[in-house]
Design a protein around this ligand. Structure first.
Ligand SMILES: [Zn+2]
Length: 273
């Protein structure tokens, strides 16, 4: 082999090296490019997904479930020792679970502490809730009294003195806030009773209009549910039974869906009056 061959061989070797290097660089560039493209696509997909989730969240209606009483305010106590404040919080949590896939659900009281009425409705007003439901149990001197009652607000028969100062006439007094929502609240009350009544048989349950202080300041359709009499041993047993509470939570959730799907149900109580 002559010297040129050696040179040619060396040159060929160098050319081969350069070719391999170029090929390698091409592959690296292509791989990095594809990776960057894939990353960009992933980022774009994530952003689109986040946007869709955000719009979905924004489209969800907000429901406030208010667990009545709390802290040293125990509410009614059953003969077996069941406390109203415990039943209401347990039921509120169950309703929250039944609703949270399709609504924004918020609880003013999430643990065992006292909360004033205006703090409960004020909370719902502050977060611009679409619905306010206050949960309670009832008590009676007679152990035989039973049934489920759903209340919506009506103004007190006795005129209360104006709470606004001169010059503050533009502000709506607290007790007037619920007034424009009363027709919707009565419809909501009937929707809930329609679903819950089968659970309370043979007692059919009732819808009533009462001047309940906790509902007065709610700036959205609002009702109060007395889920049963803790002073009635049979109902106390039911309200201590998680299976019964789950059924009740399901019925209340279905009533909420019914209300939003068709809010124009006329409360039976309205027809009687
Ligand atoms: Zn109560």
């Amino acid at each position: 082999m002559g010297p040129w061959n050696v040179k040619a061989g060396q040159a060929g070797f160098r050319m081969g090296q350069t070719y391999n290097l170029l090929r390698f660089l091409q592959i690296v560039t292509l791989t990095v490019g594809l990776s960057l493209l894939s990353l960009a696509n992933t980022a774009r997909d994530c952003a689109a997904q986040a946007h869709a989730q955000a719009s979905n969240q924004a489209a969800k209606r907000t429901v406030v479930i208010d667990a009545g009483h709390g802290g040293s305010d125990t509410g009614v106590k059953g003969s077996a020792g069941t406390l109203e404040k415990e039943v209401t919080l347990r039921l509120a949590r169950l309703i929250e679970n039944r609703l949270k896939d399709r609504y924004q659900v918020s609880l003013p009281r999430t643990d065992d502490y006292m909360l004033a009425h205006p703090d409960r409705t004020g909370y719902a007003n502050h977060i611009k809730a679409d619905l306010f439901i206050s949960l309670h149990t009832a008590g009676s001197y007679s152990a035989a009294t039973d049934g489920l009652r759903v209340y919506y607000y009506t103004e007190p028969a006795v005129k209360l003195p104006a709470q606004t100062q001169p010059g503050e006439a533009t502000a709506t007094p607290w007790r007037k806030v619920q007034k424009p929502h009363i027709p919707a609240s009565s419809s909501l009350a009937q929707r809930i009773l329609d679903r819950a009544a089968p659970l309370t048989a043979p007692h059919p349950g009732t819808v009533q209009a009462v001047p309940a202080a906790v509902l007065a300041g709610a700036d959205m359709p609002a009702i109060l549910i007395e889920t049963g009499y803790l002073t009635n041993p049979k109902q106390e047993k039911n309200l201590n039974d998680n299976k019964y509470l789950f059924k009740l939570a399901t019925a209340i959730s279905q009533g909420i869906d019914d209300f939003f799907n068709n809010p124009d149900r006329i409360a039976v109580t309205d027809l009687r009056e």
